[in-house]
Design a protein around this ligand. Structure first.
Ligand SMILES: Cc1cc2nc3c(=O)[nH]c(=O)nc-3n(C[C@H](O)[C@H](O)[C@H](O)COP(=O)(O)OP(=O)(O)OC[C@H]3O[C@@H](n4cnc5c(N)ncnc54)[C@H](O)[C@@H]3O)c2cc1C
Ligand code: SF4
Ligand code: SF4
Length: 948
């Protein structure tokens, strides 16, 4: 038994032992580093679970709930952890959906409905439905990260969904596990029948509550009234009015119950139309009263969204690059509505735009109303709205958190409510507070920054929240939570909003379905009037590279180490704790533990690909932090060795070729199994310092004398074969037995290009390897050498520069003189050579992989277009970082294996080859796909001939 488990209080130790007895190894986590990291969510509450358990099956949930009930150990379910109100954190046991599990997804009725496991990300469900012109109804702004489990359990909604298309309204069927371990499937008559037998008393109590509500006209009317606008405060009492059968009441109560009534293991949702044609207008009004009048005029399904932004919101973004000029110099009381109309075809869209403009024609505006259907222009308008939260997040003082509140008002009060909220923000000293929201639903978010490290600040926040709640409820009879869920944040105010009678019914529901109080206690209902100001999250400064992190979790789905060790958010959480411990008088023991764990969890398994930055609202690249920490940790001896390598780079590339030759020879003698076994043994004996051999390891590339190739009418260019491609040839079994540069040169020859090579080619390197290993000064040196050679060869940037390896091309684009026009191969062939090549579809089904650098350079579509010109069918089972990360796939093969764990399953039958644009990534892809992956240039060369 580990010391961490021994240190647990008695019921937790027993819970641990029982769980570990039937769960797979590694599923029960008790160490202080990962429990802290995995326990964090997007809210401003911090509770550290004693145990985190990765759950994979309904049977496991049943058994765990059984143990929880017997031992009196509370459990909290966790999907993506993007919740804002504290409903996904616990200091007890966190039951987290295991990465890669709960991912059943089945489209029915030509897209009319979809069955989803709780581990499917909302955007993934929509991607499956896109081909049918449909989408799921719930549309939270977090849809690219949050999962169905959380969407259902929070009854999440967003800009367009209103009250008509949320989970509650679109739920067709639910499969769930109750606190007592019973599984109920509302879509299965046999399950319903069995449940009616086993839980007759439960169903009777639900029916009885329904009868009581119906017998009380005032209460019935109040419930109906409260759901005319968005409301996620407390349990969904409308279930009792909208449904007669107690099983239907039960499953609808589960929606929005925030994991306090049961576990949702599958849902079937009816889908909604996703109209393809859209137009947007940013309408500027002199004040909020006029904006509210316009909102009322636009109601009734005419427009799909109307996002209100107050003057403070517009001021927060007006100076950012790309913002419309019309935002600058607006009067102090100005207010904007970002309006979107959607239609099935361009004609209907024009009509919708005209109707919307006509409806608000009589209302004073600061500029003429102008819709645009041009995608780039519309996106620029939506960037205003998208930039609001990040603007506050980025501008805040380090150590403070960003609070997003989420209230809703009856439409008639919208203008008054905006003014009242603005007054409250000012009165309580939140001068930087901004206010925006889904005006059509009267749903407003106000965002402000708040420090929780000082009791006086906590008290200010508490007074402010008291005032807000009082105003929302007593003055406007609004909702304290419109879409983010009650959580811990509003739990003390549920009775204020709903009144004693309705609150009493909610308590009865909880006692009925969770009599032992084991499901997420303290969330949604909480008798402690100060519950919302307890367990507040500290956000100590750790590094300026990541201090702006709001812990929203949007970066997590992009990270290749998410299932293996830590996500970007979790890395930042750990670093923050290390910073906190460094300042704590008694923190040294725990800090040493964190430091030790960081080496593998945080550092060694970060691919430093920076993909996290592409999803981060405040642009944080956690890979940069990891690289900076690596650099700070390098010893003088390591620097000297790396410097010698940089000085003799040509020799190092030559040595790699020799090593690859030796490995190929050893394979010939020992066979694949023999060499694999030997490699594993040597790696174990070296303490994992020696790299692991794998079957896709390339043979050495043939020696080649790179000399200028004269052109035949095609474009002239400079070609920089990367060091990896100069050293690594094809692997055994690859469809094309030539080295990548040979295939590239063959294409350039067919296109009649003049090809030049930079001087001293053998010693050139873009510096990426040095940078990612923590030697930024050597990276800069190699980049400077390369820049000089390329400027010379390209005549000061006149000629385009080709490098066939996408990470190197991206590095060059970031680090070298912008006069150099760099191309990776898909870009070059697509943009410059396409007309000079005749394409013929000679391949059947092929897979493509869009690397992280390709995503960042925006070349994925061109890679796909080329593949489609060459093959009958193109599939893309993966994209993003494969985790190979240069040579990390040899030193930490488990990172690559984890990132690509579902690649093989995603390949359709008959898919015999894959294509990408990074030689090292192709090694890992080949190993985990079970089919060879080569460069896209091999496919293009095979499927093209000269035009003349
Ligand atoms: C920047 C930002 C913007 C946001 N915008 C919106 C928005 O526009 N609209 C909106 O509604 N929300 C929004 N949210 C809040 C949040 O992202 C959503 O509510 C989301 O649906 C939560 O899903 P999740 O997968 O992260 O769930 P989690 O946070 O992991 O869990 C949510 C709740 O569901 C419970 N739960 C999880 N899985 C299950 C299960 N299988 N069975 C039972 N209970 C379960 C958890 O215990 C918890 O109480 C936003 C959050 C952020 C950070
Ligand atoms: S790094 Fe960015 S995306 Fe990730 S949790 Fe922090 S703020 Fe969110
Ligand atoms: S750089 Fe890559 S591996 Fe590292 S945290 Fe970001 S996404 Fe994850």
């Amino acid at each position: 038994m580990s010391p961490d488990v021994r240190a647990l209080p008695e019921p937790y130790r027993r819970f641990h032992d029982e769980a570990a007895g039937f769960l797979p190894p590694g599923a029960v986590i008790a160490d202080p580093v990962r429990t802290l990291a995995y326990g964090a969510d997007a809210s401003f509450y911090r509770l550290v679970p004693r145990l985190v358990i990765r759950i994979e099956t309904e049977e496991q949930v049943r058994r765990l709930l059984g143990a929880a009930g017997r031992l009196g150990v509370p459990v909290t379910f966790r999907a993506a952890g993007t919740s804002l109100s504290g409903q996904a954190v616990t200091d007890s046991v966190l039951l987290a959906l295991a990465p890669g599990a709960w991912r059943r997804a089945l489209v029915h009725e030509q897209g009319g409905a979809i069955t989803l496991g709780p581990g499917i990300i909302g955007a993934e469900a929509n991607a499956l439905l896109a081909a049918h012109g449909r989408k799921i109804g719930p549309d939270p702004a977090s849809i690219n990260a949050c999962m169905i489990g959380g969407i259902v359990a929070n009854n999440a909604s967003g800009m367009c969904c209103g009250t008509a298309q949320n989970t509650y309204r679109t739920l067709e069927r639910m499969r769930l596990v109750l606190a007592d371990g019973t599984v109920l499937d509302s879509g299965d008559p046999a399950s319903r029948h069995a449940f009616a037998g086993s839980h007759a008393a439960t169903l009777e109590e639900l029916s009885s509550i329904r009868r009581e509500i119906l017998a009380d006209p005032a209460l019935s009317a109040r419930i109906r009234d409260k759901y005319r606008i968005k409301n996620t405060t407390g349990y969904g009492l409308n279930s009792f009015l909208d449904h007669v059968d107690p099983v239907d009441i039960l499953v609808h109560l589960l929606v929005g119950s925030e994991g306090t009534l049961g576990f949702v293991s599958e849902v079937t949702l009816r889908t909604v139309e996703d109209q393809a044609h859209r137009a947007s207008a940013l309408v500027l009004f002199p004040d909020v009263v006029q904006a509210a009048r316009a909102t009322q005029a636009l109601q009734g399904g005419l427009v799909s969204a109307a996002e209100l932004m107050d003057r403070a919101s517009l001021r927060a973004v007006e100076a950012k690059p790309g913002m419309p000029a019309s935002l600058r110099g607006l009067p102090d009381r100005a207010c904007a509505l970002l309006v979107e109309v959607r239609a099935a075809d361009p004609g209907a869209l024009s009509a919708a735009m005209a109707r919307a403009a006509e409806r608000i024609a009589g209302i004073p505006t600061l500029a003429q109303v102008a819709f645009t259907a041009i995608r780039a222009e519309a996106e620029a308008l939506w960037d205003v709205r998208r930039g609001l939260f990040p603007a506050v997040g980025a501008a805040r003082r380090v150590g403070t958190t960003v609070v997003i509140e989420d209230v809703a008002f009856p439409m008639v009060h919208l203008a008054e409510a905006v003014a009242a909220l603005q007054e409250l923000l000012a009165a309580h000293g939140y001068a930087e507070g901004i206010l925006f929201g889904h005006a059509l639903d009267g749903n407003l978010h106000f965002v402000f920054t708040q420090g929780f490290d000082d009791p006086a600040e906590v008290e200010r926040y508490r007074r402010f929240m008291d005032a807000v709640c009082d105003m929302v409820v007593r003055r406007f009879d609004g909702s304290l939570k419109g879409e983010h869920g009650t959580g811990r944040n509003m739990a003390p105010y549920v009775q204020l909003e709903w009144g004693a009678r309705a609150h009493g019914i909610m308590r009865r529901v909880k006692e009925l379905l969770d009599p032992g109080g084991i499901l997420n206690p303290g969330v949604l209902l909480n008798p402690d009037p100060r519950a919302h100001v307890k367990a507040l999250k500290p956000l100590p400064a750790t590094d300026p590279l990541v201090d702006r992190c709001t812990e929203c979790g949007f970066c997590e789905p992009r990270c290749p180490s998410r299932a293996l060790t830590l996500t970007p958010r979790q890395r930042i959480v750990v670093r923050r704790e290390m910073a906190r411990l460094a300042a704590a008088p008694d923190g040294s023991g725990r800090r040493a533990r964190f430091q030790e764990a960081w080496r593998y969890l945080g550092d060694e398994t970060c691919a430093t690909d920076g993909l996290c930055a592409t999803a981060c609202p405040v642009g944080i690249d956690t890979g940069k932090l990891v690289k900076a920490l690596r650099a700070a940790a390098r010893s003088p001896a390591a620097r000297r060795t790396a410097s010698a390598l940089a000085d003799h780079y040509g020799g190092a590339v030559g040595s790699l070729r020799v090593a690859l030759g030796a490995a190929a020879a050893a394979r010939a003698v020992l066979g694949e199994r023999g060499l694999s076994g030997l490699s594993r043994g040597l790696r174990a004996a070296s303490g994992r310092r020696l790299p692991l051999w794998n079957a896709a390891l390339p043979r050495p590339a043939p020696r080649h004398d790179f000399r200028t190739v004269p052109g035949r009418g095609g474009p002239a260019m400079v070609y920089l074969p990367s060091c990896v491609v100069r050293a690594m040839g094809p692997a055994r079994g690859d469809p094309d037995a030539r080295a990548e540069f040979e295939a590239m040169l063959s294409i350039l020859d067919k296109a009649g290009c003049e090809v030049r090579f930079p001087r001293d080619l053998s010693s050139l390197c873009c510096g990426l390897t040095f940078e990612s290993k923590g030697f930024p000064e050597l990276a800069a040196r190699k980049a400077a050498e390369l820049e000089s050679a390329l400027l010379e060869a390209s005549q000061g940037g006149r000629l385009p520069v080709l490098c066939e390896t996408s990470p190197c091309t991206q590095q060059m684009r970031l680090r070298l003189d912008p006069r150099l026009r760099t191309y990776e191969p898909a870009e070059l062939i697509h943009d410059l050579l396409r007309e000079r090549l005749r394409f013929e579809r000679r391949a059947g089904t092929v897979a493509i992989h869009v690397t992280c650098s390709s995503i960042k350079m925006g070349v994925g579509e061109r890679l796909r277009a080329l593949a489609q010109a060459c093959a009958e069918r193109v599939v893309q089972p993966t994209s993003g970082c494969c985790g190979f990360a240069g040579d990390r796939g040899f030193s930490h093969p488990e990172l690559n294996a984890s990132a690509l764990h579902d690649l093989r399953a995603g390949l359709p039958p008959g898919c015999e080859a894959g294509y990408s644009n990074s030689r090292t990534c192709q090694i890992g892809l080949s190993v985990h796909a079970g089919i060879p992956y080569q460069s896209i240039v091999h496919l293009v060369d095979r499927c093209t001939t000269r035009v003349d």
